[in-house]
Design a protein around this ligand. Sequence first.
Ligand code: ZN
Length: 616
Amino acid sequence: MFEAGLLAIATIAAPAAVPRDVHSYAETDKVVVSAVALDLAVDFDRRELAGTAELALDWKDTGARVLVLDTRDLSIEAVDAIDAGGAAHATRFSLRKRDPILGAALEIRLDTPAPRVRVRYRTSPDASGLQWMTPAQTAGKQHPFMFSQSESIHARSWVPLQDTPSVRFTYTAHLAVPKDLRAIMSAPNDTRHPLDGDFRFAMEKPIPSYLLAIAVGDLAARATGPRSAVYAEPSVVEAAASEFADTEKMIATTERLYGPYRWDRYDILVLPPSFPFGGMENPCMTFATPTVIVGDRSLVSLVAHELAHSWSGNLVTNAAWKHMWLNEGFTTYVENRIVEAVYGKAQADEEFILAADELQGELDETPKPDQRLVPDFDGRDPDDAGSDFAYTKGAWLLRTLEASYGRDTFDAYLRGYFDHFAFQSITTDTMLAYLDENLIRKNPGHMTLADVKAWIEQPGVPREAVVPKSPRFEAIAGTRAEWLAGKRRADSLDAKSWNTQEWMYFLDGLPKKLSAAEVAELDAAYHLTGAANAEIARRWYLVAIRNDYKPAREAMAAYMTRIGRRYLVVPLYEALAKSQDGRAFAREVYAKAKPGYHPLTRASIEKALNPKKQHD
Ligand SMILES: [Zn+2]
């Protein structure tokens, strides 16, 4: 493989050929898609999108006559080349053999380097990037619901395109949907759009393919600020608007730190509980899990995270998935800065310590090469290869740089970085060259380039990593130790005043094995079984599984059936799978819950329940 970083520097000087991405069949050194026009009908009965995608092409190699697009499980019905005069000519195409990770390349043979091609196609009911839900699977139970999740390489399961973050394009879309339902996309949306079955969208900023997004359902909208709103099913929208009421405060805070918000509106779509992720930073429209709506805004760091992506990720984008720390590490750092500015340093430090502790806990289980910030993703599914290292270790590096150079210097540097690389896709080498020139050489006597490279290239977390202190956590650790030593009763723990993060810290720090009496005493004092707060419940059920506490099972099964967010349910399946009895219980729960799960969640759970199949 050639050195992608060096070519990327050339790309910035003059947008020419784009280096090839191992997770895409696109020959980006020959031709690059610059705009996409979708015209699609959304058919809930057939569970498919059907229509056309017209791609504008920027030929880098004018001698080239083949356009290779990424697809997964698409039925391609026709391909037309569109000439400069707008006339369409049917053209030859073929689908290559399907690869389990990459899908099937669509090879289009052209007589001339046409300025545009139009592909007529339909999606599969099992498209990996779409979830189709029956009315029974929604909160309102009246209407069906569908949504996309394109990151990392699932856009190709609903649009034939160059599915690599190294390519950016603008897009328009015309959607025909059932009347009474609202369609939304990762583009400016209008809260007052009539429900007439006919929706049009235009994203005028160039985005990478993984930020293409669509959702259709019975969606109401509530404004949360001058440029923000919440979209959700009608029964959820009020609670969501109240939980996310600080959105404008967060946008304004981030603008003060890192420059203007460049995407016009920042809306949030609250999805049904089966959404496999916490949030997805689709531009103009974050997709979010309802599991962060807990009534006290204690889990809105999720919004801070997705909003932060408007700078790190959506504006400055990793050019290939092995560089995902450029998206996620930078975003996790910015997220923490937003939480600090809006909710205070104590809260921000608590959140960082929880993440850092979790990362330390993963050091033993994660192969050393995967603890590097740029691991080897070749031949691997980027959905499986990503880890907390990209997020937490990446953020930890930036936190350590901030401590070394001082906040004022580092903030100014980071703001300049976002401006310099705005609307570009870059590699780690490009980032490092800019860091060296603009931070390290200009401010001698602090962290060196070699120090930074050690973070990137070495496993683990370097010893100079800066760790904040939390007096509240220290007090909780003290009372936890007293309870474990039998010096206090569970109901005297002062836990009534704990926030979500403090409960998480308390539960995370319990020893692996507790006595049956201790587990029962905690549950009796705080009713942790059936806890409404999904983060607290997740941790409690892990305690219950480790200690074979059967009274938690019924509520645990209900939790695992209701929620499809991978971070919340997959660890429970993994923990259950460690014992024979637990695995039998987990299989029973999965059989009932499976119809409501997203394809990505199903895949993760099936791996957890059948570990031998993992490395086929
Ligand atoms: Zn993220």
